[in-house]
Write a protein that binds this ligand. Structure first.
Ligand code: NAD
Length: 259
């Protein structure tokens, strides 16, 4: 299927590895020109070279922490407009909620709620003016199924989800959509680090911990980042203009609820 986004500009945050990198690949495959962001240049320069060579699209890079005010302003100056924005960054640390100080809650909110909201603010009016825009926030299953040890993530990401739901209807008539993708158990560096930590607590190796998780995933496997990339590219396509304000799970059937 031609996604109808050839030549469009897509800003992809957290693109040096994992889910962000997979989204960048899928958008490039559809012919979009990319702006890749991560905090350091190393990972994104390599990703940019590989994507240019493979897909022949234009790829620019910007090393900056976009969850900060300074980073948000930097990208607005360097790239004042975009057709597609993918909000993605690392998640907050896990831990007992009593152990977190005020600063931890502020940092989580900055990274996973306020940062993405201000990036949306950077680009939304331009998207409305050009009658095309696609924004996808990569959040987490915890938005639908909170976990005790991930209270920072639950709180910050629910704030973003609520803001998006409030904003999305106001721009839907201008062919601008805002949606959230909620991953669980995708095979990325971050997941392997988390499972290594959990495995140590349980006296298991990483491989044994992954095998344990197979029992609780109906699909009996971890998610492939490319699967999330392809779903995200579809949401960014010209065909997805009637989908907005949604939080879409990608979890191999893990979530037990109806809605
Ligand atoms: P990852 O650690 O493999 O990759 C994260 C990427 O974001 C890296 O490129 C990193 O350099 C970049 N990054 C981190 N903080 C940044 C910042 N402040 N500014 C710019 N770039 C930043 O993680 P992943 O597994 O790809 O996860 C991506 C997102 O999805 C995270 O928010 C994570 O919490 C969420 N998530 C992932 C899973 C999963 O199964 N992998 C499950 C639930 C939620």
């Amino acid at each position: 299927m031609d996604l109808g986004i050839r030549g469009r500009r897509a800003i992809v945050c957290g693109a040096s590895r994992g889910l962000g990198r997979a989204v960048a690949e899928s958008l490039a495959e559809a012919g979009a020109n990319l702006v890749l962001n991560a905090r350091g240049l190393d990972g994104i320069e390599q990703a940019a070279d590989e994507i240019r060579e493979k897909h022949g699209v234009r790829v620019d890079t910007l090393a900056s922490d976009l969850t900060t005010e300074e980073g948000c302003n930097r990208i607005a100056v360097a790239f004042p407009t975009t057709d597609i924005l993918i909000n993605n960054a690392g998640g907050p640390p896990a831990g007992d909620w009593r152990s977190f100080e005020r600063e931890d809650w502020r940092t989580a909110t900055d990274h996973n709620m306020i940062g993405p909201i201000f990036l949306i603010r950077n680009y939304l009016d331009g998207m409305v003016g050009q009658n095309f825009g696609r924004i996808v926030n990569i959040t987490s299953i915890v938005v639908k199924q909170p976990k005790a040890m991930l209270s920072l993530s639950v709180a910050a990401r629910l704030g973003l989800t609520g803001a998006v739901k409030a904003i999305a209807p106001s721009v839907a008539g201008n062919n601008v959509t805002i949606n959230n993708l909620l991953p669980e158990l995708f095979d990325t560096d971050r997941l392997r680090q988390n499972l290594t930590t959990i495995g140590k607590q349980n006296g298991r190796t990483l491989e044994e911990e992954i095998a344990e998780h197979m029992h609780i995933i109906p699909a009996k496997r971890l998610g492939k980042p490319a699967e999330l990339g392809a779903t995200c590219a579809f949401l960014c396509s010209e065909h997805a203009g009637f989908i907005t304000g949604q939080s879409i799970l990608l979890d191999g059937g893990f979530y037990p609820g109806l809605f």
